[in-house]
Design a protein. Structure first.
Length: 601
């Protein structure tokens, strides 16, 4: 990020953040982004790729576009050259984009959203995976724009756009449509020629796919066809192009009031130049969507808003710690809307997704709204700040838990415990795994052996129950020979609990032969000092309470429980923790609940 960004960083005052949990009905079919964890080069998703072949199905959609435009233009009373998209629009189609024949897909009567979806869903899986191209359903596009309006302090009716609205990964333009419609509605009855002439200064899309850019220009221009028809024939000019092919991460050429985007995502390899540019937001691996968030901050004006549909991993993951700190300092989280029904957005991905707005404007409090199909509730939480995981309740009843936890002085780490991930990645040691004991073999403790909150040997894992240790160094790295607390690292979506914890007692360890190999779907908790504030037995009981499970869900909506997030869980003062050591059963449950929900005293 450039010097201007570093110079503009200001500390965000404490405030409130709007939180919305949205379960959304029937979104349009998606084209998926690069899956979380996928690896690629920054070049894969950077500048235009004129050699990319979209495939026959996508080519057929593009070939049907002239007919779609003809029908839309004729419907508003235009004739002659204005019925031809190549004549009516100041945008040149990429070479060969109209060479796909007559067009075989039924798009002539489609809306702009549907036309964009038809193209993007018709792209080949290889193109989608390589470039992270995906489609934003109209319901999410509208919802995100309403969040922008609230961040700008707007109420109804329509307002003229106060500055440039930019989408650096615009695809077919779905996220720019609400902003463009806002501008056109706000100038109903104004001089149509002047309104059209001003649009390029207010709406800008950028994308690496030249065909998608051309389609975005058509979809956006179609919204302005009534203005073109209202312009006297002798003064008509081709409609302006509002999108261009390019690198969405390149610095913007002008200050931007609103960045709205559904960026590509996944791990990428960075050049030395890019790593230096994005160094303030990087911690270890680079995720593409975090780079888009950083680049968006870099181009905002002093009243700007960033609005994005992204995975929620940035709110709690270790690799996003620096990004959280920069966001909190430069444009604090103003509103977040969790997507309860992810079908059609990031289908097949266990990671939770959200719509989030970040604003330069400083507001001490905002409403906190929990929305689903049946009801709308209101609560408040402290605005997240700093680089630690952000506590954001997914349900209204969890807001008090998040608020109390945010003010707590300790974490699990500062309470005297360290968390690590089990060292065995089984498929890397498949040749050393066996179902039989023997010399040099140590039993493997699997996540399935902890189901139900008790330690047992799951019969389904018995065929891979023992690991052959290759040498003394292998024994040192792979074995656990001391009592500990174990927590499942990955849970299933249908599981009632997110935190599944057990105590590995000395007696239990002895029953397994005195040492075990822990596989990497289990977190291992060990004390960092002789007298941790919570004993091993007490910690296991505390983590098994319903309150701690609710707290974990405020940290992360993912089914994964990372060692970093677990170690960052907030805990109350030492005096409270010592009192817990004398409690068991319902008495401990009540004490933990009271600590995290003081109002129930």
């Amino acid at each position: 990020m450039g010097e201007s960004t570093a110079a503009s960083r200001r500390r965000a005052p404490k405030g409130r953040v709007r939180v919305t949990a949205a379960a959304l009905p029937e979104p349009a079919p998606p084209v998926l982004a690069r899956p979380l964890g996928a690896r690629g080069s920054r070049a894969d998703v950077g500048g235009p790729d004129p050699t990319g072949e979209p495939g026959a199905a996508a080519a057929a959609v593009l070939a049907a576009v002239p007919g779609w435009w003809h029908a839309r233009a004729r419907a508003v009373g235009l004739t002659g050259r204005w019925l031809e998209v190549t004549q009516a629009l100041d945008a040149v189609p990429p070479p060969g984009v109209l060479a796909g024949g007559p067009g075989t897909r039924p798009v002539v009567g489609a809306s702009g959203h549907e036309l964009g979806a038809a193209y993007l869903t018709a792209l080949t899986p290889q193109v989608r995976a390589r470039h992270g191209r995906h489609y934003t359903p109209p319901l999410l596009a509208e919802h995100l724009w309403h969040m922008v309006r609230r961040s700008l302090g707007w109420a109804c009716p329509a307002r003229p756009l106060p500055g440039l609205v930019r989408d650096p990964a615009c695809g077919a333009g779905a996220l720019l449509l609400p902003a463009l419609r806002e501008q056109l509605a706000a100038h109903a009855g104004a001089d149509p020629e002047a309104v059209l002439a001003g649009l390029p200064r207010l709406v800008e899309g950028v994308d690496a796919d030249p065909a998608a850019v051309w389609l975005a220009n058509i979809v956006l221009a179609a919204e302005a066809l009534p203005l073109l028809a209202a312009t006297p024939a002798r003064r008509r000019r081709p409609l302006p192009a509002l999108a261009r092919a390019g690198d969405g991460l390149a610095p913007a050429q002008a200050a931007v009031r609103v960045v709205v985007m559904n960026p590509p995502y996944g791990r990428v390899r960075l050049s030395a130049e890019d790593r230096d540019r994005f160094a303030p937001v990087l911690f270890g691996h680079a995720n593409l969507y975090s780079l888009f968030l950083a680049a968006a901050l870099d181009c905002l004006d002093d009243q700007g808003v960033v609005a994005a549909l992204v995975p929620t991993s940035f709110t709690s993951g270790r690799y996003f710690a620096n990004l959280r700190a920069v966001l909190a300092a430069e444009a604090p989280l103003r509103e977040v809307s969790f997507v309860g029904d992810r079908d059609g957005v990031f289908a097949g991905v266990l990671q939770e997704t959200c719509l989030a707005t970040f604003s330069r404007r400083r507001s001490p409090r905002t409403a906190v709204t929990c929305v689903n199909r049946q009801l709308s509730d209101v609560a408040t939480v402290e605005r997240p700040a700093g680089d630690r995981p952000w506590l954001l309740p997914r349900r209204r009843e969890d807001a008090p838990v998040a608020a109390a936890a945010a003010a707590m002085p300790l974490t699990l780490a500062t309470a005297g415990w360290k968390v690590s991930t089990g060292p065995l990645v089984w498929n890397r040691r498949r040749a050393d795994l066996s179902g039989r004991p023997g010399g040099g073999r140590v039993p493997v403790l699997w996540a399935a052996d902890m189901d139900g909150g008790r330690l047992h040997r799951d019969p389904a894992r018995d065929a891979l129950r023992y690991l052959r240790l290759r040498d003394p160094a292998d024994r040192t790295v792979m074995t656990l020979g001391e009592p500990a607390v174990l927590v499942q690292r990955t849970t299933a979506p249908e599981q009632a609990r997110r935190l599944v914890a057990i105590e590995l007692t000395p007696e239990g360890l002895a029953e397994w032969g005195g040492a075990v190999v822990v596989e990497n779907h289990v977190n291992v908790l060990r004390p960092t000092r002789p007298d941790p504030l919570l004993s091993r037995a007490t910690l296991a009981r505390v983590l098994a309470t319903g309150t701690m499970d609710r707290l974990m869900r405020c940290v992360s909506g993912s089914v994964a429980v990372s060692a970093y997030e677990l170690g960052s869980l907030p805990f109350p003062a030492p005096s409270v923790l010592r009192c817990w050591g004398h409690l068991h059963g319902p008495a401990l449950d009540a004490a933990v609940a009271t600590a995290y929900q003081p109002a129930i005293r």
